[in-house]
Design a protein around this ligand. Structure first.
Ligand code: ASP
Length: 275
């Protein structure tokens, strides 16, 4: 189980809170895996914990767009059948990753956007939240970053989830990489599960998550070599990072930004925290 709290510059005074946040999230996912649960449920639960934590730019504490509005992007994917669900530019749903999960579970589409996505989430009984819930003092100061989780369960199935408020002062309607399947979020039981973070416009232009899959599948690189090579390809377009777990249990968490708080739990060993 691996979780991240976003690649970027983390002010030193917020590192402890980021450390606590990723620890809580990785433990929440691990509890599900330890009980024999699915990788998909584990990544969803880990991201819910991170969305509810105002230090991160996802769910509560998401960044404001240039009009001062808060719109979220989220996606998740199951490696066993490549089922995927995503929402973009969604407002007022407390946990956007649950809206993405509802899209996946319904199975008719992969992505819903805007007010129609929020309407769909409300119809599926998801909790709503007011502007006051999302708009935290942390966010008005603009700290913290996107969140994500990847997991491999006891049956060798992998899954990935990513959630974000997007970029600071973004244009209304802007959608980043996080909610785009194969770009910011990807899982396939033949190869790897990945959650990306960083300069979304750059990540989109190189299809970062799927590029790693392709390097593993076609160029036969191992996970770490593929992730490093893909981040080199990102360099002309921006900086970023990712967390990944291979179907063989390999873990990678490279980044080219100053920091990317993340936590790793392998089996029942204690978590390793990097913040
Ligand atoms: N990749 C995210 C986006 O462009 C931002 C981030 O990871 O911090 O929306």
């Amino acid at each position: 189980m691996v979780v991240h709290g976003g690649a970027g510059t983390w002010r030193p005074e917020y590192r402890d809170r980021a450390r606590e946040g990723v620890q809580r999230a990785v433990d929440a996912g691990h509890t599900i895996l330890h009980a024999g649960g699915d990788a998909l449920d584990a990544v969803q639960q880990a991201v819910i914990v991170l969305e509810d934590d105002p230090i991160f730019n996802a769910g509560r504490g998401s960044v404001l767009d240039q009009n001062g509005a808060i719109l979220h992007d989220a996606a998740l994917m199951r490696g066993s059948d490549r089922a995927a669900g995503a929402v973009a530019a969604i407002a007022g749903i407390r946990n956007p990753i649950q809206a993405a999960r509802a899209v996946l579970d319904e199975g008719r589409h992969v992505m819903l956007v805007g007010e129609s996505a929020a309407h769909f989430a409300r119809e599926h009984g998801l909790s709503t939240a007011s502007d006051e819930w999302f708009r935290t003092p942390e966010r008005v100061e603009q700290r913290g970053n996107t969140v994500g989780a990847v997991a491999r369960d006891a049956n060798g199935r992998v899954a990935a989830a990513t959630s974000t408020g997007g970029t600071n002062r973004k244009h209304p309607g802007r959608v980043g990489d996080s909610s785009l399947i194969a770009v910011g979020t990807w899982a396939d039981d033949a190869t790897v599960a990945i959650s990306c973070t960083g300069d979304g416009e750059g990540i989109m232009r190189i299809a970062l998550a799927h590029e790693i899959d392709a390097l593993m599948r076609h160029a036969r690189l191992d996970l770490n070599a593929a992730a490093d090579r893909a981040l080199q390809q990102l360099a002309p377009f921006g900086t970023g990072g990712l967390i990944a777990v291979g179907v063989d249990g390999a873990v990678a968490a490279p980044f080219t930004t100053a920091a990317m708080p993340h936590a790793i739990r392998v089996g029942d060993l204690p978590a390793t925290i990097h913040a």
